[in-house]
Design a protein around this ligand. Structure first.
Ligand SMILES: [Fe+2]
Length: 264
C-alpha cells in the first residue's frame, strides 16, 4: 500500500461557558464570546478539512468556568465536528468533570495510533494549580508508551509548555517537571515534535536532547491571544486561531498556524 501524508488539526484554550452569549470576563476593553469563536474556528476547520485529516486535538482549557454545564455545552459544540476529537485538560479544567460530561466523538487523553505515527496526549494539569505537572507515574507511562512502538514516529501533546518562552509570568506556569520529561524523550529518537497550548500565542522553540533537536510548538487560542515577553499579563489581539499539522511517512512534520479574519 502506498504511504501518504497524514494531517491533524490542533485547537486550544477555548475557555467556553455554559451559554454562547457570555463574553470572556477577564477582558477589559474588548468583548469576545469564546463559545462563538470556537464555533467559528470549527467552521473554518470544516472548510479546510482534507481527506488526510485524522483527528482534532484540543490541548486544554476547554472551559472558562469549571462547571458541568460548561462542559456539556462544549461537548455539544465539539461533537458537531465530523472527526474524532481528542482532548487533554489544562489549568482551567477539571479532569473528572471533563470525563463525566464529554462523550460522543470526544476521546479523553486517548493516544492516537495512525499508520506510521503514534500521537501521545498527556494530562499536565493539577488541581488548583496554574502551572503544569507530570507525576513520576505519568513519566513512566510515557516511557512505556513510546517503548511499545519504537518503529513509529511520535508526537506528544500537553497543555503546559515544557521549555521557557522568555516571559516570566508565563514561564512561572510552565511544566515544572520539564527536565524529567525531556530525560524520557531523549531516549526515544522517534519523537518528532511536542505541541502545547496554554500560551495563547504562537511559539516555536526546541529542546536539544539525546543528540537531536525536538521542536516545541505553542498554538494560539480559539478565543484571544496574549503578549509574550512582557513583565505581566497583556492582551495581544483577539483573532481566533488553529494549527494544521502534516505528518509525512519519513518522520517530517510540517505545521502552520491559521488565524480567522474578523469582520471589519
Ligand atoms: Fe488558556
Amino acid at each position: 500500500m502506498k504511504k501518504s501524508a497524514l494531517r491533524l488539526f490542533q485547537i486550544t484554550d477555548s475557555h467556553c461557558y455554559s451559554v454562547d452569549d457570555r463574553p470572556l470576563e477577564w477582558l477589559k476593553d474588548q468583548t469576545v464570546y469564546p463559545n462563538q469563536t470556537l464555533q467559528s474556528v470549527l467552521a473554518a476547520l470544516r472548510t479546510n478539512q482534507q481527506p488526510e485529516h485524522a483527528a482534532v486535538i484540543v490541548s486544554g482549557d476547554l472551559v472558562q468556568e469549571e462547571t458541568a454545564a460548561s462542559y456539556q455545552r462544549c461537548n455539544q459544540i465539539l461533537n458537531t465536528f465530523p472527526l474524532p476529537v481528542h482532548v487533554i485538560p489544562g489549568n482551567h479544567d477539571v479532569p473528572e468533570l471533563m470525563q463525566a460530561n464529554l462523550n460522543g466523538n470526544i476521546r479523553y487523553c486517548e493516544p492516537i495510533q495512525l499508520e506510521g505515527w503514534q500521537i501521545i496526549l498527556l494530562d499536565s494539569s493539577e488541581t488548583d494549580r496554574e502551572e503544569g505537572h507530570l507525576s513520576g507515574q505519568q513519566l513512566a507511562d510515557l516511557r512505556q508508551q513510546l517503548g511499545v512502538y519504537p518503529e513509529k514516529h511520535a508526537l506528544i501533546f500537553l497543555h503546559h509548555h515544557p521549555v521557557l518562552v522568555n516571559s516570566p509570568w508565563m514561564d512561572s506556569m510552565r511544566l515544572q517537571e520539564a527536565e524529567a520529561f525531556w530525560d524520557v524523550v531523549a531516549d526515544f529518537p522517534q519523537v518528532k515534535a511536542v505541541f502545547c497550548g496554554h500560551l495563547h500565542q504562537e511559539f516555536i522553540g526546541s529542546a536539544c536532547v539525546g543528540g537531536q533537536v525536538v521542536p516545541v510548538y505553542g498554538t494560539p487560542a480559539t478565543c484571544v491571544q496574549l503578549k509574550l515577553h512582557t513583565p505581566t499579563y497583556m492582551l495581544d489581539h483577539i483573532r481566533p486561531a488553529w494549527r494544521d499539522i502534516v505528518l509525512y511517512p519519513d518522520g517530517t512534520v510540517e505545521t502552520q498556524v491559521h488565524y480567522l479574519t474578523l469582520p471589519a
